[in-house]
Design a protein around this ligand. Structure first.
Ligand SMILES: Cc1ncc(COP(=O)(O)O)c(C=O)c1O
Length: 389
């Protein structure tokens, strides 16, 4: 982001706010596509950031939605219904029946349990809509089903003409860096798809795999050669020789890099020899996976840039909790009230996971930086609680 862009944003919008840069977002998706096998489809897990979904609609084959709220947002954003994977551990009967009865019922539905499969089956039968179902395989937690439950469903239902069983969905956690782990998972999926074929006489046409590719957030992160990482992953993925469409479900690795969070220093003090800057944002807006007691220094920029010797600052938010520490001991030169800290890589999960309503502080504005340099305000801080004076 250039200094002019930063200055222009700060002159137009009160902090705190997020910006999501469309050019970077699209570059990111293109980078991932360029470094993965061309036959692989991408599914954006909208939980990472619901604001950016429509901006990559022409680049992304699917969208994973996990709640009625996410579904409503995607519908409002006019995401093509056939691109949606209606997922999530608990889909209410109202959601399943309502959506399947609607004109937007195309797309895929994951079955998370025998019970949830029965709900989908019932809705398909009563609506007469032939829905596409992915059976979610567990990775050893509350999500998905055991191998045996999946085989039981397939054996009993593979010839049922009321729905299509398309294949398997599998997600095993985020920020995975170990190639050994990917290899184990892919071997397991390959083997399981084959087992289904031989034991249940059924061919799965699809595998939807939530890979959880890593994103690095902190200045002391080791250099990450992502192209080499994706090449290694591709080699492993290519060992999956079962013939099916592979879709990778990605959240943070698509969304993180496009986001920045702007927060201003509004007060400063030195207590017991520690420098504290009170920022107008806080941990209700910005959280980084792997941040531990504010010890790590996220990628950031100080605006305006200042020269000289640095002092260590503890950046605190405006919440009534000692936990509202954004960063401890951040070296900053000549830091002043009114200066802005721009936290980088804030495009994934910050805007959706933060405890935004704590203390009933205003929600931060959301600004899209369009490819032509324009800015579009998608949400304004004034749309939340406001004192009328
Ligand atoms: C089912 C599923 N798929 C994909 C993702 C995206 O993971 P990530 O953001 O690590 O790419 C998640 C995240 O929780 C998920 O639950």
């Amino acid at each position: 982001m250039t200094q002019n862009t930063i200055q222009s944003l700060l002159s137009q919008y009160p902090t705190p706010f997020y910006t999501f840069d469309v050019t970077e977002l699209r570059r990111r998706v293109a980078f991932l596509k360029d470094h993965l096998p061309s036959s692989v489809h991408l599914c954006y897990a909208v939980k990472a950031n619901t604001f950016i979904s429509p901006y990559v609609a022409d680049l992304i084959e699917r969208y994973e939605v996990c709640s009625p709220g996410e579904l409503a947002i995607c519908t409002e954003q006019k995401i093509a219904p056939e691109k949606l994977v209606i997922s999530g551990v608990y889909k209410t009967p109202e959601l399943i029946e309502g959506h399947i009865l609607s004109d937007n019922c195309a797309g895929h539905y994951t079955a998370e349990s025998l019970e949830q499969f029965a709900l989908l089956k019932h809705a398909a039968q009563t609506s007469g809509k032939k829905i596409n179902i992915l059976l979610r395989l567990t990775s050893g937690n509350q999500f998905g089903m055991n191998e045996e439950d999946i085989k039981q469903i397939i054996t009993a239902e593979k010839d049922n003409a009321d729905f299509n069983i398309c294949g398997i969905q599998f997600f095993s956690g985020t920020q995975k860096t170990s190639m050994k782990k990917y290899k184990r998972e892919i071997d397991h999926l390959n083997e399981f798809l084959r087992e289904i074929e031989t034991e249940c006489s059924f061919h799965c046409d699809e595998l939807e795999y939530g890979t959880g590719f890593p994103v690095y957030y902190f200045e002391d992160s080791k250099a990450f050669d992502e192209a080499a990482f994706l090449a290694e992953f591709t080699d492993i993925l290519n060992t999956l020789d079962f013939d099916c469409l592979i879709t990778l479900e990605l959240g943070r690795s698509i969304a993180a890099s496009c986001g920045s969070y702007f927060t201003k220093a509004v007060d400063m003090k030195t207590n017991h020899a520690q420098n504290y800057a009170i920022m107008d944002g806080g941990i209700h807006h910005i959280s980084y996976f792997g941040q531990f007691m504010a010890m790590k220094h996220p990628y950031h920029e100080v605006y305006p840039p200042r020269q000289g010797d640095t002092q260590e600052w503890n950046l605190c938010g405006s919440l009534c909790t000692v936990n509202d520490l954004l960063v401890k001991g951040l070296p900053i030169a000549d830091f002043k009230i009114g200066d802005t800290i721009i936290f980088k890589n804030a495009g994934a999960y910050c805007v959706t996971e933060g405890i935004s309503l704590f203390l009933s502080r205003a929600l931060p504005s959301v600004i899209m930086l369009e490819e032509n340099g324009d800015t579009t305000r998608l949400r304004g801080a004034a749309e939340t609680y406001k004192l009328n004076y």
